[in-house]
Design a protein around this ligand. Structure first.
Ligand SMILES: Nc1ncnc2c1ncn2[C@@H]1O[C@H](COP(=O)(O)OP(=O)(O)OP(=O)(O)O)[C@@H](O)[C@H]1O
Length: 478
């Protein structure tokens, strides 16, 4: 298995007996004769398990103190204590302090192996549970929903990038799915059994950012921090909004990423890690470099491969798929009955701009699920949508109607048809066959109609909808 077992005992014979027994079973081990040596090893690379003798000569800490120190630095590291004759009570005390179990000297080799296996299995389950809880609470099943051309291109790129060890920079507006894309990359890589650790650069306080990333060493256990780089060992570290990091820290990351080693704040020992870095930004990175907010060398180190995630407004046809996906997923999480989304609601959602992208769709669906009436057999109507999303298609707005009433039928009909068809053209992303199907016209007749109304391309359709919106808003305020 990956990782080492640390054996701390002042008796050389016991150290080598344990070490040989474990190595015969396929484990790797490291040994220390006293607490000082043990701390150095623990700080240079966390082991997967520590076995500590309770009584140690020539050591500045006994086993119990070393246990307390170790748990302060690595709270989740499983620890087995070795108790000698007359130290059983102390061993029981050790379990209260967080040791997994203890073994009494002299011990049988197979009993030791059994305990090691159990301790490692328990630690693995604890970690898995914690990760499962995080996933559920963060609502982050690593699956990118959508069938648009843009989403297909993103998914294809991910399937090529994921199995490589390359560092990736993901660019896209806020809420468009950059973190989800990074999770999918991690999930499809050989590191999937390692952790996916998020460094939220905008939220790291500048005075603590180095300690948070690289960890800190202090004689006071309570002030030690295991850094995010170390937490992501054998996994993936995701930098959200990389340009928000102080420039000095960016410089340290260049080295850590290139050499896969660094020093903790206040420490001298080099820590060696194996971490894949994926970074993300919602800003234009070239502009950020020119403005001096992103180091060019960091950009080239991190951006070996770039991946773009398109805004929702460029892949409107994904909206119904995503909306339906969120209905199911969020209803399950909230423990409420799902709702059915009417065609009207889906059309309004497809006509809206979604400045907050997928996150906004997610939140809109969550609010609809909470506000919908208890009887959910019928599809929900427009009234459940926030007002600004309901306003599209705009032809139905009151001021728009008032304006149409002031026109002769022929002009009013033409106005309505133009806005209606332009909205549908945007909704179906210019796909005439699907649009014809929906509006109930022959494909060729629809073509002729669009041409006659001067909206036979996306740009003209966009223009017609925007012009109408402005007219309606003027009407509403006059
Ligand atoms: N294609 C998609 N399919 C399903 N869910 C998605 C998709 N894209 C994004 N989401 C969901 O939308 C929400 C926002 O996505 P995410 O956090 O990945 O966006 P982001 O671009 O990293 O945002 P920010 O820039 O604000 O950090 C999450 O709940 C995510 O699971």
């Amino acid at each position: 298995m990956a990782g080492e077992i640390l054996i701390v005992d002042d008796e050389r014979d016991i150290r080598s007996l344990i070490s040989m027994t474990l190595e015969d079973e396929g484990y790797q081990s490291k040994t220390a004769a006293n607490a000082d040596e043990a701390r150095n090893i623990l700080l240079s690379r966390p082991p997967v398990l520590a076995i500590l003798d309770i009584w140690m000569r020539d050591s500045d800490m006994d086993g119990l103190q070393l246990l307390e120190w170790t748990k302060g630095v690595y709270p989740d590291l499983p620890v087995l204590m070795i108790s000698g004759h007359g130290t059983i009570e102390t061993a029981v005390q050790a379990i209260r302090q967080g040791a997994y179990d203890f073994i009494e000297k002299p011990f049988k080799e197979n009993r030791l192996v059994l305990m090691v296996e159990r301790a490692l299995e328990a630690a693995r389950l604890t970690q898995e549970n914690a990760e499962l809880r995080t996933r559920i609470s963060e609502d982050m099943a690593p699956e990118l929903i959508g069938n648009s051309q843009a989403m297909r291109v993103t998914r294809q790129a991910i399937s090529k990038i994921a199995p490589t060890a390359s560092r990736v920079i993901i660019n896209g507006p806020g809420g468009s799915g950059k973190e989800l894309a990074a999770r999918v990359i991690h999930d499809q890589s050989q590191r999937r059994d390692g952790r996916f650790v998020v460094a939220n650069c905008a939220r790291l306080a500048p005075e603590r950012v180095d300690a948070e990333l690289f960890g800190s060493e202090s004689m006071q256990a309570s002030r030690r921090i295991v850094g995010l780089f170390e937490q992501a060992h054998e996994g993936t570290l995701y930098f959200d909004e990389i340009c928000d990091l102080p420039l000095e820290t960016q410089g340290k990351i260049v080295r850590a990423v290139t050499e896969q080693r660094f020093r903790r704040v206040g420490g001298n020992a080099e820590v060696v890690v194996d971490v894949r870095v994926i970074s993300a930004s919602s800003r234009d990175l070239v502009t950020e470099i020119q403005a001096g907010r992103l180091r060019e060398d960091l950009y080239y180190r991190l951006g070996v491969v770039s991946l773009n995630v398109a805004p929702v407004s460029e892949r409107r046809e994904d909206i119904p798929l995503m909306a339906k996906h969120f209905v199911k997923k969020i209803a399950d999480r909230l423990g409420v009955a799902p709702i059915k989304l009417s065609d009207e609601v889906l059309a309004a959602m497809q006509g809206y701009e979604w400045p907050g992208n997928v996150r906004q769709i997610h939140n809109t669906i969550e609010s609809m699920l909470i506000l919908a009436p208890p009887d959910r057999r019928e599809p929900v109507g427009l009234s459940l949508l926030p007002a600004d999303i309901q306003n599209i298609p705009r032809g139905s707005s009151r001021s728009g109607l008032d304006e149409m009433f002031s026109l002769p039928l022929r002009n009013a009909r033409e106005d309505f048809e133009r806005v209606y068809l332009a909205t549908q053209l945007r909704r179906f992303d210019g796909n005439i066959s699907r649009m014809a199907n929906f509006v109930g016209m022959e494909r060729s007749a629809l073509h002729r109609k669009l041409k006659a109304l001067n909206i036979d391309n996306m740009e003209a359709a966009e223009h017609a909808v925007v012009a109408h919106t402005i007219d309606s808003e003027k009407g509403a305020t006059s």
